[in-house]
Ligand binder design. Sequence first.
Ligand code: ATP
Ligand code: MG
Length: 490
Amino acid sequence: MTQALSLNCVSRQFGTVQALHEVDLRIEPGQVHAVLGENGAGKSTAVRILAGLDRPDSGVVELNGTPLRLRSREEATRHGIGLIPQSGSLLAELSLEENLALTQPQVVLRRRRLRRALASAAAAASLDIDLATPIRQLGRAQQQLGEVALALAQGARILLLDEPTSVLDPGEIRGLHARLRELAATGVAIVLITHRLTELRAVADVATVLSHGQVTWHGRVQDTDDTALATAMIGDDPLDTLERSARVKTGGPGALILDGVCAATDDLAPVRDINLQVRPAEIVAVVGTVGSGQRALADVAAGVIPPSSGRRHADNPIAYVPEDRATALLSDLPIKWSAVLPQLRRRRFSRFGILRRGEVAAAARELFAQADVRPPDPELPAAALSGGNAQKLVVGRELASQPRVAVLHAPTQGLDLRASHAVRRQIRDAATSGTAVLLIPTDHDEAQELADRVLLIRGGRVVKEYTAAEYDQIVHQLVDTTPGGASTPC
Ligand SMILES: Nc1ncnc2c1ncn2[C@@H]1O[C@H](COP(=O)(O)OP(=O)(O)OP(=O)(O)O)[C@@H](O)[C@H]1O
Ligand SMILES: [Mg+2]
């Protein structure tokens, strides 16, 4: 039988940061419990403690009223608690089956038994996933569902999902929601961390809002409205709105040109015969369901992979925010190194081959202030930043170099309402000052807010082009064909 899991008056401090302060959180069988809050509010810390990956300074974790001293993730697994972490936890080179084998304590593995356990967990939750393909070849939605299947195969009756939908498209989000509702109906207890209020309404029974490590709201979702939830998250400060503003286009040749470009790698859905130009001060968005080739398009446009045929031209300097922010950070080193990474060769940071560490730290502090990275501590390992703060760092760093071309893939993924507004404003300001922006938007709203032109990509090819006005007219159809509704952050 599934049991209730709770945090009782739990506090956790990291250095000077009070990540959690006397937090109560109770997770019941058969319920989807959403946890919301600004970037850095303490959401991941809370679920990491529930999953045995971190320990409270004070307060207790209880399973059905009995205190639980979890010392490892394995121990939590034995109690039926499964975590699907913010940054994924599967080894990319291995299949799901092999990942499950790695979690087994026995020296002699019964491959067939493991395969059966996985297949039946996947079938019980209607998860249509490939068990034998290396994880890196699966799409993000498949990877997420794979993590769920793995947790279920390990006997999880309590699932903790840390922002599973931040890089899924509306159709995939709806698919995941349906699976979660089915699991809840069988008595599984589910925690879902999200920044999207639409998602909360679609799937959650109850919600808890954290702000600066404290619970500011808890209750049934149907008993509240979005304004009250937003206030619980960010207080009463009004958010500035971002109107679409006409920019002065310079016309003339593209700062970024792809001319008949094809590109493919072993892991990415390929792109074929791409012809596009982005002019200075223009924002061109490329929309399509996940797996249509956006990642290969971003990589080839940014110069990370070469075209297999066709011609690419990009003015320098070029900024790139990749879909997977972890690849843009040096996660084990102090954040100051990630903050200046693309500029390390500049005279400011190195003279006569000697690194000027004081300058690196000073530049990092300037960036933290400008991009609102919290906590603004240059010595903190990058891995200790919350997901949203890591995202703010990467976007802020890339746009700070006044690039001629910027390739931005899901630039507001994992950002809260305020941070998401701030980043969209930064993107618009960059374009206003002449940057040519190729945007693979985080959601349809972002394309509507920012893009001058929108290209629709399917099966690796650009199949349609819309002006901003035309896109406004047809966006509802696009959202309907990838059902799930426009994924409005918060
Ligand atoms: N290992 C750590 N070392 C130092 N600080 C940490 C560590 N883990 C978390 N923190 C800090 O604790 C605070 C809460 O972080 P947490 O990851 O729980 O936030 P979050 O609500 O999940 O935010 P996001 O929406 O950005 O993912 C942040 O200020 C973060 O930098
Ligand atoms: Mg987090």
